[in-house]
Design a protein around this ligand. Structure first.
Ligand code: DAH
Length: 340
Protein backbone atom coordinates (compact mmCIF):
# COMPACT_ATOMS: atom_id res chain seq x y z
CA UNK A 1 0.00 0.00 0.00
CA UNK A 2 1.34 3.41 -0.94
CA UNK A 3 2.18 5.47 2.05
CA UNK A 4 -0.11 8.51 1.66
CA UNK A 5 0.86 11.69 3.44
CA UNK A 6 -1.46 14.58 4.32
CA UNK A 7 0.87 16.93 2.45
CA UNK A 8 0.57 14.84 -0.73
CA UNK A 9 -3.21 14.78 -0.37
CA UNK A 10 -3.44 18.56 0.15
CA UNK A 11 -1.09 19.25 -2.74
CA UNK A 12 -3.16 17.04 -5.00
CA UNK A 13 -6.36 18.73 -3.84
CA UNK A 14 -4.77 22.10 -4.72
CA UNK A 15 -3.77 20.91 -8.17
CA UNK A 16 -7.23 19.41 -8.84
CA UNK A 17 -8.88 22.68 -7.73
CA UNK A 18 -6.71 24.68 -10.11
CA UNK A 19 -7.54 22.27 -12.91
CA UNK A 20 -11.27 22.46 -12.14
CA UNK A 21 -11.16 26.29 -12.14
CA UNK A 22 -9.38 26.24 -15.50
CA UNK A 23 -12.03 23.90 -16.91
CA UNK A 24 -14.80 26.19 -15.66
CA UNK A 25 -13.14 29.30 -17.11
CA UNK A 26 -12.70 27.58 -20.45
CA UNK A 27 -16.34 26.54 -20.66
CA UNK A 28 -18.13 28.82 -23.11
CA UNK A 29 -21.77 28.14 -22.34
CA UNK A 30 -24.16 27.36 -19.51
CA UNK A 31 -24.67 23.89 -20.98
CA UNK A 32 -20.93 23.22 -21.02
CA UNK A 33 -20.54 24.30 -17.39
CA UNK A 34 -23.50 22.20 -16.29
CA UNK A 35 -22.17 19.20 -18.21
CA UNK A 36 -18.82 19.50 -16.42
CA UNK A 37 -20.40 19.31 -12.97
CA UNK A 38 -20.32 15.49 -12.42
CA UNK A 39 -16.73 15.34 -13.52
CA UNK A 40 -15.69 18.24 -11.22
CA UNK A 41 -17.92 17.80 -8.19
CA UNK A 42 -19.77 14.49 -8.60
CA UNK A 43 -19.22 11.34 -6.57
CA UNK A 44 -16.87 10.00 -9.19
CA UNK A 45 -14.83 13.20 -9.50
CA UNK A 46 -11.08 13.13 -8.68
CA UNK A 47 -11.67 15.49 -5.73
CA UNK A 48 -14.28 13.12 -4.28
CA UNK A 49 -11.78 10.32 -4.86
CA UNK A 50 -9.29 12.05 -2.57
CA UNK A 51 -11.82 11.86 0.25
CA UNK A 52 -11.75 8.08 0.05
CA UNK A 53 -8.02 8.20 0.64
CA UNK A 54 -8.42 9.99 3.97
CA UNK A 55 -8.87 6.62 5.66
CA UNK A 56 -5.32 5.67 4.76
CA UNK A 57 -3.91 8.59 6.78
CA UNK A 58 -2.87 8.42 10.38
CA UNK A 59 -5.96 9.30 12.49
CA UNK A 60 -4.31 12.49 13.83
CA UNK A 61 -3.74 13.79 10.27
CA UNK A 62 -7.28 13.15 9.10
CA UNK A 63 -9.13 16.26 10.44
CA UNK A 64 -6.71 18.78 8.88
CA UNK A 65 -6.52 16.92 5.58
CA UNK A 66 -10.33 16.50 5.65
CA UNK A 67 -10.77 20.23 6.13
CA UNK A 68 -8.41 20.99 3.27
CA UNK A 69 -10.42 18.67 1.01
CA UNK A 70 -13.74 20.28 2.05
CA UNK A 71 -12.32 23.72 1.36
CA UNK A 72 -11.12 22.58 -2.06
CA UNK A 73 -14.57 21.20 -2.86
CA UNK A 74 -16.38 24.31 -1.71
CA UNK A 75 -13.96 26.51 -3.66
CA UNK A 76 -14.76 24.57 -6.85
CA UNK A 77 -18.48 24.70 -6.00
CA UNK A 78 -18.25 28.48 -5.59
CA UNK A 79 -16.34 28.92 -8.86
CA UNK A 80 -18.90 26.69 -10.55
CA UNK A 81 -21.82 28.88 -9.39
CA UNK A 82 -20.03 32.12 -10.31
CA UNK A 83 -19.18 30.90 -13.78
CA UNK A 84 -22.72 29.66 -14.28
CA UNK A 85 -24.10 33.07 -13.29
CA UNK A 86 -21.71 34.87 -15.56
CA UNK A 87 -22.60 32.76 -18.56
CA UNK A 88 -26.31 32.88 -17.79
CA UNK A 89 -26.41 36.65 -17.79
CA UNK A 90 -24.22 36.86 -20.91
CA UNK A 91 -26.57 34.49 -22.70
CA UNK A 92 -29.59 36.45 -21.50
CA UNK A 93 -28.06 39.66 -22.77
CA UNK A 94 -27.46 38.13 -26.17
CA UNK A 95 -30.97 36.78 -26.29
CA UNK A 96 -32.49 40.14 -25.36
CA UNK A 97 -30.35 41.84 -27.94
CA UNK A 98 -31.38 39.35 -30.61
CA UNK A 99 -35.06 39.53 -29.78
CA UNK A 100 -35.18 43.30 -29.48
CA UNK A 101 -37.96 44.83 -31.55
CA UNK A 102 -37.27 48.22 -33.10
CA UNK A 103 -40.58 49.98 -32.81
CA UNK A 104 -39.30 53.33 -34.00
CA UNK A 105 -40.04 54.61 -37.46
CA UNK A 106 -37.99 57.25 -39.15
CA UNK A 107 -39.89 60.16 -40.65
CA UNK A 108 -38.57 63.06 -42.63
CA UNK A 109 -38.86 66.07 -40.30
CA UNK A 110 -41.90 68.12 -41.33
CA UNK A 111 -41.10 71.14 -43.46
CA UNK A 112 -41.68 74.18 -41.30
CA UNK A 113 -43.34 77.01 -43.14
CA UNK A 114 -42.64 80.68 -42.65
CA UNK A 115 -44.34 84.01 -43.01
CA UNK A 116 -44.02 85.73 -46.35
CA UNK A 117 -41.47 88.55 -46.46
CA UNK A 118 -44.24 91.12 -46.86
CA UNK A 119 -46.16 89.70 -43.88
CA UNK A 120 -42.97 89.80 -41.81
CA UNK A 121 -42.41 93.43 -42.79
CA UNK A 122 -46.03 94.33 -42.07
CA UNK A 123 -45.84 92.73 -38.61
CA UNK A 124 -42.64 94.60 -37.79
CA UNK A 125 -44.28 97.86 -38.78
CA UNK A 126 -47.27 97.03 -36.60
CA UNK A 127 -44.91 96.27 -33.70
CA UNK A 128 -43.14 99.60 -34.06
CA UNK A 129 -46.40 101.57 -34.18
CA UNK A 130 -47.93 99.58 -31.33
CA UNK A 131 -44.88 100.46 -29.25
CA UNK A 132 -45.60 104.11 -30.11
CA UNK A 133 -49.14 103.72 -28.71
CA UNK A 134 -51.08 103.10 -31.93
CA UNK A 135 -53.67 100.37 -32.39
CA UNK A 136 -54.13 98.39 -35.60
CA UNK A 137 -57.29 98.79 -37.68
CA UNK A 138 -58.44 97.09 -40.87
CA UNK A 139 -60.77 97.94 -43.70
CA UNK A 140 -62.20 96.09 -46.70
CA UNK A 141 -60.21 95.67 -49.91
CA UNK A 142 -63.42 96.05 -51.91
CA UNK A 143 -64.43 99.61 -51.08
CA UNK A 144 -67.10 102.08 -51.97
CA UNK A 145 -66.12 104.85 -54.33
CA UNK A 146 -67.21 107.22 -51.55
CA UNK A 147 -64.77 105.87 -48.92
CA UNK A 148 -61.90 105.58 -51.42
CA UNK A 149 -62.40 109.00 -53.06
CA UNK A 150 -65.48 111.05 -52.15
CA UNK A 151 -64.97 111.28 -48.39
CA UNK A 152 -61.28 112.00 -48.99
CA UNK A 153 -62.02 115.15 -51.00
CA UNK A 154 -61.57 113.68 -54.46
CA UNK A 155 -64.80 114.87 -56.12
CA UNK A 156 -65.84 113.02 -59.32
CA UNK A 157 -63.66 114.20 -62.18
CA UNK A 158 -60.92 115.50 -59.87
CA UNK A 159 -57.58 115.21 -61.70
CA UNK A 160 -55.94 113.54 -58.66
CA UNK A 161 -58.13 110.52 -59.35
CA UNK A 162 -56.08 109.82 -62.47
CA UNK A 163 -53.25 108.46 -60.32
CA UNK A 164 -55.60 105.95 -58.79
CA UNK A 165 -57.05 103.95 -61.68
CA UNK A 166 -58.41 100.64 -60.49
CA UNK A 167 -60.88 97.84 -61.19
CA UNK A 168 -64.53 98.54 -60.52
CA UNK A 169 -66.66 95.75 -59.11
CA UNK A 170 -70.09 94.93 -60.48
CA UNK A 171 -71.98 95.72 -57.28
CA UNK A 172 -74.54 98.46 -56.63
CA UNK A 173 -74.86 101.43 -59.01
CA UNK A 174 -72.20 101.45 -61.77
CA UNK A 175 -68.94 102.96 -60.53
CA UNK A 176 -69.89 102.78 -56.87
CA UNK A 177 -67.69 99.84 -55.80
CA UNK A 178 -64.01 99.32 -56.50
CA UNK A 179 -60.79 97.63 -55.39
CA UNK A 180 -59.34 100.23 -53.02
CA UNK A 181 -56.39 102.14 -54.41
CA UNK A 182 -54.87 103.05 -51.04
CA UNK A 183 -55.39 102.39 -47.34
CA UNK A 184 -56.65 105.96 -46.76
CA UNK A 185 -60.35 104.91 -46.81
CA UNK A 186 -59.63 103.11 -43.51
CA UNK A 187 -59.12 106.61 -42.02
CA UNK A 188 -62.70 107.39 -42.96
CA UNK A 189 -64.04 104.16 -41.47
CA UNK A 190 -62.08 104.63 -38.23
CA UNK A 191 -63.31 108.22 -37.79
CA UNK A 192 -66.87 107.14 -38.49
CA UNK A 193 -66.78 104.26 -36.03
CA UNK A 194 -64.58 105.45 -33.18
CA UNK A 195 -64.38 108.64 -31.18
CA UNK A 196 -61.20 110.66 -30.82
CA UNK A 197 -58.56 110.63 -29.52
CA UNK A 198 -57.45 108.20 -32.23
CA UNK A 199 -53.98 106.71 -32.75
CA UNK A 200 -54.37 104.08 -35.43
CA UNK A 201 -52.41 102.32 -38.16
CA UNK A 202 -54.09 100.33 -40.91
CA UNK A 203 -51.96 98.01 -43.05
CA UNK A 204 -53.38 96.19 -46.04
CA UNK A 205 -53.56 95.30 -49.70
CA UNK A 206 -54.26 97.91 -52.37
CA UNK A 207 -54.88 97.78 -56.11
CA UNK A 208 -54.04 100.03 -59.03
CA UNK A 209 -54.00 99.76 -62.77
CA UNK A 210 -50.26 99.33 -63.32
CA UNK A 211 -47.97 97.23 -65.49
CA UNK A 212 -45.90 94.83 -63.42
CA UNK A 213 -42.20 95.64 -63.43
CA UNK A 214 -39.32 95.46 -60.95
CA UNK A 215 -40.79 98.21 -58.76
CA UNK A 216 -44.53 98.20 -59.57
CA UNK A 217 -47.29 95.69 -59.08
CA UNK A 218 -51.02 96.10 -59.67
CA UNK A 219 -51.46 94.60 -56.18
CA UNK A 220 -49.36 96.09 -53.39
CA UNK A 221 -49.43 96.90 -49.69
CA UNK A 222 -49.65 100.11 -47.75
CA UNK A 223 -49.77 101.11 -44.13
CA UNK A 224 -51.87 104.10 -43.16
CA UNK A 225 -51.52 106.15 -40.01
CA UNK A 226 -54.14 108.40 -38.44
CA UNK A 227 -53.88 110.51 -35.32
CA UNK A 228 -56.78 112.68 -34.13
CA UNK A 229 -56.51 114.50 -30.82
CA UNK A 230 -56.75 117.99 -29.36
CA UNK A 231 -54.10 120.49 -30.50
CA UNK A 232 -52.32 118.19 -32.95
CA UNK A 233 -49.93 120.18 -35.15
CA UNK A 234 -47.60 119.63 -38.08
CA UNK A 235 -44.83 119.38 -35.44
CA UNK A 236 -46.52 116.27 -34.04
CA UNK A 237 -46.58 114.78 -37.54
CA UNK A 238 -42.87 115.48 -38.04
CA UNK A 239 -42.12 114.05 -34.57
CA UNK A 240 -44.12 110.88 -35.21
CA UNK A 241 -42.38 110.31 -38.56
CA UNK A 242 -38.99 110.89 -36.95
CA UNK A 243 -39.75 108.54 -34.03
CA UNK A 244 -40.93 105.89 -36.44
CA UNK A 245 -37.82 106.35 -38.63
CA UNK A 246 -35.36 105.68 -35.82
CA UNK A 247 -37.47 102.89 -34.33
CA UNK A 248 -37.86 101.04 -37.63
CA UNK A 249 -34.63 101.79 -39.49
CA UNK A 250 -32.34 102.27 -36.50
CA UNK A 251 -30.11 105.00 -35.11
CA UNK A 252 -28.33 107.06 -37.73
CA UNK A 253 -31.49 107.39 -39.86
CA UNK A 254 -33.44 110.63 -39.95
CA UNK A 255 -36.46 112.01 -41.81
CA UNK A 256 -37.77 115.13 -43.55
CA UNK A 257 -41.08 116.44 -44.85
CA UNK A 258 -41.34 117.98 -48.33
CA UNK A 259 -44.36 120.07 -49.43
CA UNK A 260 -46.72 118.14 -51.66
CA UNK A 261 -50.38 117.82 -52.50
CA UNK A 262 -53.06 115.36 -51.49
CA UNK A 263 -56.76 116.30 -51.59
CA UNK A 264 -57.46 114.97 -48.10
CA UNK A 265 -54.66 116.78 -46.23
CA UNK A 266 -53.84 120.46 -45.83
CA UNK A 267 -50.97 121.11 -45.69
CA UNK A 268 -49.63 117.97 -47.36
CA UNK A 269 -46.12 116.61 -47.40
CA UNK A 270 -44.12 113.74 -48.79
CA UNK A 271 -41.76 112.27 -46.26
CA UNK A 272 -38.30 110.92 -46.94
CA UNK A 273 -35.87 108.95 -44.84
CA UNK A 274 -32.16 109.73 -44.85
CA UNK A 275 -29.78 106.82 -44.60
CA UNK A 276 -26.56 107.09 -42.54
CA UNK A 277 -24.63 107.49 -45.84
CA UNK A 278 -26.61 110.67 -46.52
CA UNK A 279 -28.78 109.36 -49.36
CA UNK A 280 -32.55 109.90 -49.27
CA UNK A 281 -35.32 107.41 -49.70
CA UNK A 282 -38.84 108.60 -50.61
CA UNK A 283 -41.23 106.79 -48.35
CA UNK A 284 -44.76 108.15 -48.54
CA UNK A 285 -47.33 110.88 -48.19
CA UNK A 286 -48.64 112.68 -45.14
CA UNK A 287 -50.32 115.82 -43.94
CA UNK A 288 -52.77 117.45 -41.56
CA UNK A 289 -56.21 115.88 -42.03
CA UNK A 290 -58.32 118.32 -44.07
CA UNK A 291 -61.12 119.92 -41.98
CA UNK A 292 -63.72 118.90 -44.53
CA UNK A 293 -62.58 115.26 -44.24
CA UNK A 294 -62.97 115.49 -40.46
CA UNK A 295 -66.39 116.99 -40.88
CA UNK A 296 -67.68 114.45 -43.39
CA UNK A 297 -66.50 111.67 -41.04
CA UNK A 298 -68.34 113.16 -38.07
CA UNK A 299 -65.34 114.65 -36.26
CA UNK A 300 -65.71 118.26 -35.11
CA UNK A 301 -62.86 120.26 -36.71
CA UNK A 302 -63.34 123.03 -34.14
CA UNK A 303 -62.37 120.68 -31.35
CA UNK A 304 -60.09 118.07 -32.98
CA UNK A 305 -57.20 118.16 -35.37
CA UNK A 306 -54.97 115.42 -36.65
CA UNK A 307 -52.44 114.13 -39.09
CA UNK A 308 -52.28 111.16 -41.42
CA UNK A 309 -49.62 109.37 -43.36
CA UNK A 310 -49.37 106.43 -45.71
CA UNK A 311 -46.56 104.49 -47.34
CA UNK A 312 -45.80 101.32 -49.24
CA UNK A 313 -44.82 98.15 -47.39
CA UNK A 314 -43.46 96.21 -50.37
CA UNK A 315 -40.66 98.69 -51.02
CA UNK A 316 -39.60 98.49 -47.38
CA UNK A 317 -39.50 94.71 -47.62
CA UNK A 318 -37.35 94.94 -50.78
CA UNK A 319 -34.97 97.33 -49.05
CA UNK A 320 -34.70 95.34 -45.88
CA UNK A 321 -34.09 92.00 -47.54
CA UNK A 322 -32.15 93.24 -50.56
CA UNK A 323 -34.73 92.05 -53.09
CA UNK A 324 -34.27 93.87 -56.37
CA UNK A 325 -37.31 92.70 -58.31
CA UNK A 326 -40.75 93.07 -56.75
CA UNK A 327 -42.09 90.30 -58.98
CA UNK A 328 -39.96 87.73 -57.12
CA UNK A 329 -42.17 88.33 -54.09
CA UNK A 330 -45.21 87.19 -56.05
CA UNK A 331 -44.07 84.18 -58.06
CA UNK A 332 -44.11 82.09 -54.86
CA UNK A 333 -41.02 80.07 -55.70
CA UNK A 334 -40.32 78.34 -52.38
CA UNK A 335 -36.56 78.34 -53.05
CA UNK A 336 -36.71 82.14 -53.18
CA UNK A 337 -39.12 82.64 -50.29
CA UNK A 338 -37.44 80.27 -47.85
CA UNK A 339 -34.37 82.49 -47.77
CA UNK A 340 -36.17 85.03 -45.59
N1 DAH B 1 -53.01 107.54 -49.88
C1 DAH B 1 -51.89 108.22 -50.46
C2 DAH B 1 -51.40 107.45 -51.68
O1 DAH B 1 -51.59 106.27 -51.74
C3 DAH B 1 -50.74 108.32 -49.47
C4 DAH B 1 -51.07 109.28 -48.37
C5 DAH B 1 -50.79 110.62 -48.49
C6 DAH B 1 -51.67 108.82 -47.23
C7 DAH B 1 -51.08 111.52 -47.49
C8 DAH B 1 -52.00 109.70 -46.21
C9 DAH B 1 -51.69 111.06 -46.35
O2 DAH B 1 -52.57 109.33 -45.06
O3 DAH B 1 -51.97 111.90 -45.36
O4 DAH B 1 -50.82 108.02 -52.55
Amino acid sequence: MTSDTPAALVAEAGALTAEAVATLEAAGSVAEVAAARPELLGKGSPLAGLRRRLGALAPKDRPAAGRALSEALSEVEKRYETRLDELRSAERRLQLEAERLDLTELHEPPQVGRLHVITQTQRRLEDVFCAMGYTVAEGPEIETEWHNFGALNFPPGHPARDMYDTLYVDHGPPGSTLLRTHTSPVQVRVMQNQSPPLYVVAPGRCYRQDTADATHMPVFHQIEGLVIDEDITLGDLAGAIETFTTAYFGPGFTSRLRPSYFPFTEPSAEFDVQRPDGTWLELGGSGMVHPSVLEVCGVDPERWSGFAFGFGIDRLAMLRYGVDDLRDLWTNDVRFLEQF
